[in-house]
Ligand binder design. Structure first.
Ligand SMILES: [Fe+2]
Length: 191
């Protein structure tokens, strides 16, 4: 039986699996520990994003198995493989929470671009599809965090300029209870 060559996409899947585990824990930590005037808003938002990220872990791990690799599962191996900024303690402010999460999403988005390119280069449309759909979910979460950092909130006008909403105090009220990002727009992944 011919030996199957190891797929060059596996390291990208393994790295993003580890990043997903780490980012899931980071979101949960902030969900539990956030406080202040935006408590309810951020407590709920962080949990929604945690759930979205949790759903990405299984497909990333199982894809490695499909390509002939082994899926790591210990926290130690996740920590070693992750490329996210290392969390050593709780942020001092909610703004810092949002900034750290944004930085983490930027790392993941860049990593998924790399994974997508590697999959395309290896003629692996299945993995390319996984990365393409997951990167959309991360871009959406990144957008929601970015909007939370606008102060006062800005409403884009036609033509690209933004106007200030004067009567509100620092967060976008349209977010409350209305955010359910689908991790995989179009169709669900099987597990
Ligand atoms: Fe909770």
């Amino acid at each position: 039986m011919p030996r199957v060559r190891p797929s060059p996409v596996i390291p990208h899947l393994a790295r993003e699996q580890a990043n997903a585990v780490e980012l899931y824990l980071q979101y949960k930590g902030y969900h539990w520990n956030v406080g202040g005037p935006l408590f309810r808003e951020l407590h709920l938002l962080f949990d929604e994003h945690a759930s979205t990220i949790f759903e990405t872990i299984d497909p990333l791990a199982e894809r490695q198995r499909m390509l002939g690799g082994a899926a790591a599962y210990t926290l130690e191996s996740m920590h070693r493989a992750s490329t996210l900024p290392h969390e050593t303690g709780l942020p001092a402010t909610t703004r810092e929470m949002l900034e750290r999460l944004l930085a983490a999403h930027h790392v993941v988005i860049e990593g998924m671009h790399e994974g997508f390119k590697a999959a395309e280069h290896d003629a692996d449309p299945g993995s390319a599809d996984i990365f393409a759909r997951m990167v959309q979910a991360h871009e959406k979460m990144e957008w929601f965090l970015r909007e939370q950092l606008l102060e006062p909130p800005q409403i884009p006008e036609e033509g690209g300029r933004a106007s200030v909403v004067a009567e509100k105090g620092g967060f976008n009220p349209t977010l409350a209870g209305s955010h359910s990002p689908s991790p995989f727009p179009g169709h669900p992944l099987t597990s």
